[in-house]
Write a protein that binds this ligand. Structure first.
Ligand code: ATP
Ligand code: MG
Length: 559
């Protein structure tokens, strides 16, 4: 497959990749037709999707079946009046129909807006208005359908609502009034005829909201080439091929879902493994990984932090060959522990909803624990200091993407209908990620923190990640977040909010505070040690499991 889109398909070294990664960009590229339907012809019986649920249900789908089903879904959407350019919100959790909907919308040139099921009526209304949403396809979940129904009076553009039962609910769970019944209507959809013209490369294919880790989620618009951009994410960073069974842990409402559960994986011809579950536990995930012989796994660091608390001798994960992580910084202590337990070196990646995988440890790069890896040559990465000049090795700066010679395949178009916000992040030919890092003399990039999270204390600039990494090497600490709290003398002081391991929960007190402080002083430069430490049961997080330091800061400033 990938030989259609790359001039060279195998790379043996970093140099080779850097010099020889060249895309062949088709005109009017459409992932559903140009990749999925081609697989259906070439490898009709190959399994592309292995969907399972918490209740033990299983659906195995081949490329041929997937084509038939996405054609039917496209015809169904057309019959509902959904067409080219229409915005369609998908609140489908990890239901099987999310994959059908994503590809069907691609086939008719409509714009998919996947969103999380945690949205309130107000959130939905806001999104409907901001994006002029025409249709919503949602899980038939009482909370979700109620929120949608409550949002309708102020959502004048929304004309179509469809509710989808998950497998176990079919026939049992009545569809609320005002919603189409997917299971009733979908089988009766007419035959699908591919339209003569669907899209140009620059048309909008997908819109995703960012995680909202540092503020309000931003609406990111992607063109049809975005899918092509993920070829490197799945084929090279995830290191997948037709024999792989890949699991990425991500809600479909998070951009990470299209990083790990769709485009790149299917460029590789891998089987996308889906576990449709409600609440995450490390045990549940590890059980299904064992049962289905998952070979490749990707999850944000937070998932690994909980996995390493498990007793690995209870699971047979011998099929697992390759592990990746992105979304947050991975502390070296977590990397080391996971390696000790599995013998696998985690391959980290860095990127955003606005991008595909941008920096990472590709298979030919030896991971350095705590480092994100090296630039994906698809992007022209620059590290830029506050004065606008480029960093030397060892200097901290903002990770930027240079677009003076054109927009990279995979980079977003802009924040939808928000020119001001787009300009703020993307001006003078540089897209600013808002993330700070430094580069070592071997070309590895090291995360410092989000620009907003960096703490200015007594004239020092302290990146939370360093302090968090130091804390994480102490056995008492499962997770932590380091923030600045206002201080009359120092401007800011470093504070750590800490979740303790089970065995330490009853030791929370002054002695442990002292012990952790001394521990940090030994692990890193002493001026960074947290002068304040608070013990909590859990950290505030986004739906994608990211720590919301902003929430801790806001709470502290109100005190
Ligand atoms: P918002 O922009 O709404 O605050 P968000 O930035 O968390 O939310 P995402 O697009 O999901 O939304 O996440 C991208 C961000 O995740 C990056 O900008 C970076 O801060 C962080 N990130 C991703 N990968 C890594 C990594 N390997 N190391 C450190 N941080 C990472
Ligand atoms: Mg962001």
């Amino acid at each position: 497959m990938i030989e259609r889109f790359l001039t060279q398909t195998h790379f043996s070294s970093e140099e080779d990749f850097k010099n020889n990664l060249h895309f062949i960009v088709p005109e009017n590229f459409n992932f559903a037709y140009d990749v999925m339907d081609v697989w259906a012809e070439e490898q009709p019986d190959k399994e592309c999707l292995l969907w399972t649920s918490e209740r033990g249900e299983e659906v195995k789908t081949t490329f041929r079946q997937f084509k038939e089903q996405t054609d039917r879904t496209a015809a169904y959407f057309l019959s509902l009046g959904i067409g080219k350019g229409d915005k369609v919100m998908l609140i489908l959790k990890r239901h099987y129909q999310w994959w059908l909907s994503m590809m069907a919308l691609c086939k008719i040139g409509a714009v998919a807006i996947p969103a999380t099921h945690m949205l309130t009526a107000k959130d939905i209304e806001y999104r409907n208005q901001r994006a002029s949403v025409k249709a919503i396809i949602c899980a038939n979940d009482e909370y979700v359908t109620t929120q949608i129904a409550n949002a309708m009076p102020d959502s004048p553009t929304v004309k179509v609502l469809v509710a989808v039962n998950s497998m176990a609910q079919v026939g049992k769970h009545p569809i609320p009034e005002g919603f189409h019944d997917w299971h009733e209507e979908w089988p009766k959809a007419p035959a699908f005829h591919r339209p003569d013209f669907v899209n140009e490369n620059g048309d909008t294919m997908l819109m995703y909201f960012t995680s909202g880790t540092s503020g309000e989620p931003k609406m990111v618009a992607h063109d049809f080439l975005y899918a092509l951009g993920h070829l490197t994410t799945g084929v090279f960073w995830h290191n997948l091929d037709e024999n792989s069974i890949h699991l990425t842990v991500a809600d479909t409402g998070w951009g990470k879902a299209v990083w790990g559960k769709l485009y790149g994986q299917w460029f590789a011809g891998a089987t996308v493994f889906v576990f449709d579950h409600e609440k995450f536990t490390a045990e549940k995930i590890m059980r299904v990984m064992e049962k289905y012989h998952v070979t490749s796994f990707c999850a944000p660091p937070t998932i690994y932090r909980f996995m390493i608390q498990e007793d690995f001798s209870k699971y047979d994960l011998s099929a697992l060959k390759y592990c990746t992580t992105a979304g947050e910084a991975l502390e070296p202590a977590v990397y080391e522990k996971f390696y000790e337990l599995t013998g696998l070196k985690m391959h980290e990646g860095f990127g955003q909803t606005e991008t595909t995988m941008t920096l990472g440890t590709f298979p030919w790069i030896e991971p350095k624990p705590g480092s994100m890896g090296k630039p994906n040559p698809q992007y022209c990465i620059r590290l830029v200091k506050a004065d606008g000049t480029e960093c030397e090795d060892g200097e901290k700066g903002e990770i930027c993407i240079d677009t003076r010679n054109g927009k990279a395949i995979g980079l977003f178009k802009g924040y939808y209908r928000d020119e001001e916000l787009t300009k703020k992040a993307w001006h003078d030919g540089l897209y600013h990620t808002g993330d700070l890092a430094w580069r070592d003399e071997d070309g590895y990039y090291w995360f410092v923190g989000r620009a907003d999270d960096v703490i200015k204390s007594s004239g020092y600039r302290i990146g939370p990640f360093e302090v968090e990494s130091a804390l994480m090497t102490h056995p008492a600490v499962v997770e932590c977040a380091v923030t600045g709290v206002p201080d009359p003398v120092r401007g800011m002081v470093v504070k750590a909010t800490v979740v303790l391991a089970k065995e330490y929960k009853d030791k929370a007190g002054d002695a442990l505070v002292k012990e952790l402080q001394n521990h940090v002083k030994h692990e890193t430069a002493p001026y960074k040690y947290p002068r304040r430490i608070e013990f909590v049961d859990e950290l505030p997080k986004t739906i994608s499991g990211k720590i919301r330091r902003v929430e801790i800061r806001e709470k502290d400033s109100k005190k």
